[in-house]
Ligand binder design. Structure first.
Ligand code: PLP
Length: 397
């Protein structure tokens, strides 16, 4: 099966999901050899799923919720999501606009299937989550990345955005809070993006807000969907993965403009049929009984973030923008003269600290490495002490 020619154009260049998954195997291998690896590459909360949610799943199993469910999701969960999002977004969202999916990820996949033809274009911002590019290429859609920079606090450059829209642009992906930069989009920037989108009648926004509950330092999460006239032009990608420490459950949802719902539900019913039924009851418990867990988990991340920022500030020769959301710090290591891959490799091999090279988030991530603070305080302390040693050693060479 080495002959690449047997594969379709959809997959011929496909790589494993970038960042975390490749690193995980190397971490496990080192741990098998008895080394203490500090894993700061992780893209998921390390906490266990709250008990009330697990109980609800077990009850659902006992109650025989083991059959297919409607392709758009069980009505109770769609209602709970609509109520939850109406409150957060400040605009009315009806259960009929909610589609439950196995995680946030499939929202992009189904949106691409629903809206794009070969050669269409989708704009996203870079450094950005690696799966955007892979999924676009898989559907033969042209990725149009626009750079954000550390110097501008990783803000979206709206002037460039306006210039890069063509007749083939189908949608723009916004990701706030951002992976990997941890930037949180300001209301003013979102208003500017909305103005640009409204100048183009066919253009939509995919707003990836899977980190929406994780903001720090008084930063406020805003959604472009809440802005006047934008609900009809926005698809929301949301997930219970990060907010409730439920990554492995695979439970997320999309909120779609009403005219798109039927098409997306048809795609689901003909491909995966539906999202796991008993998991949906767990999601219902999360959004009805376990809402205080969101703040409890956020506060844990806030303490970790504060420690990480304090420790990083103490290292000479690196720079970074303080994370305002998600659970990452995107650190500039250009002063060491090493490449992202080279530095990340050295940190793992010589100091047993796992990070993700910035280039996993596109070429503009060169010169950066991503630290995740989804790990315990003592691991952050030890990991950054080892990182500091590595940086200091290079600068004395
Ligand atoms: N969007 C971003 C930016 C992410 O980092 C992730 C996961 O790491 C996702 C979406 C998808 O999350 P899930 O499919 O678990 O909801």
């Amino acid at each position: 099966m080495d002959d690449k020619s047997i594969f379709s154009r959809h997959v011929v260049n496909i790589s494993p999901a970038p960042s975390t998954f490749g690193m995980l195997a190397r971490v496990k291998e080192k741990e098998r050899r008895g080394e203490r690896v500090i894993d700061m590459s992780i893209g998921e909360p390390d906490m266990d799923t709250p008990e009330a949610i697990k109980e609800a799943a077990m009850k659902a199993l006992r109650d025989g919720k083991t059959h297919y469910s409607p392709s758009a999701g069980i009505p109770e969960l769609r209602e709970a999501i609509a109520e939850f999002e109406t409150k957060r977004k400040g605009v009315p969202i009806s259960p009929g606009e909610v589609i439950v999916m196995p995680g946030g990820k499939p929202v992009l996949l189904y949106l691409l299937l629903a809206l794009t033809d070969e050669g269409d274009e989708v704009i996203y911002f870079e450094p950005g989550w690696g799966s955007y590019r892979v999924m676009l290429e898989m559907l033969l859609v042209k990725p149009v990345p626009i750079r954000t920079t550390e110097a501008e606090g990783w803000r979206i450059n709206t002037a460039e955005l306006a210039q890069r829209i063509t007749e083939r642009t189908r949608f723009i992906i916004i990701n706030s809070p951002n992976n990997p930069t941890s930037a949180v989009a300001s209301l003013a920037d979102l208003e500017e993006i909305a103005r640009i989108v409204q100048d183009h009648p066919r253009l939509l926004v995919l707003s990836d807000e899977v980190y929406s509950t994780l903001v720090y330092e008084g930063a406020k999460h805003h959604s472009i969907l809440s802005l006047p006239g934008m609900k009809e032009r926005t698809v929301l990608m949301e997930s219970l993965s990060k907010a409730f420490a439920m990554t492995g459950w695979r439970l997320g949802y999309g909120i779609f403009p009403e005219p798109m719902v039927k098409c997306v539900v048809n795609l689901i019913s003909n491909t995966i049929s539906c999202t796991n039924t008993f998991v949906q009851y767990a999601g219902l418990a999360a959004l009805t009984e376990a809402l205080p867990e969101i703040e409890r988990l956020r506060a844990i991340f806030q303490a970790r973030r504060d420690l990480l920022v304090k420790l990083l500030r103490d290292i000479r020769g690196i720079t970074f923008v303080e994370p305002r959301g998600a659970f990452y710090a995107f650190v500039n290591i250009k002063g060491t003269g090493m490449s992202s891959e080279g530095f990340s490799d050295m940190l793992l091999e010589e100091h047993s600290v796992a990070t993700v090279p910035g280039t996993s988030f596109g070429p503009s991530g060169e010169g950066y490495i991503r630290f995740s603070f989804a790990t315990k305080l003592e691991n952050i302390e030890e990991g950054i002490a080892r990182f500091k040693k590595a940086v200091e050693r290079i600068s004395t060479l």
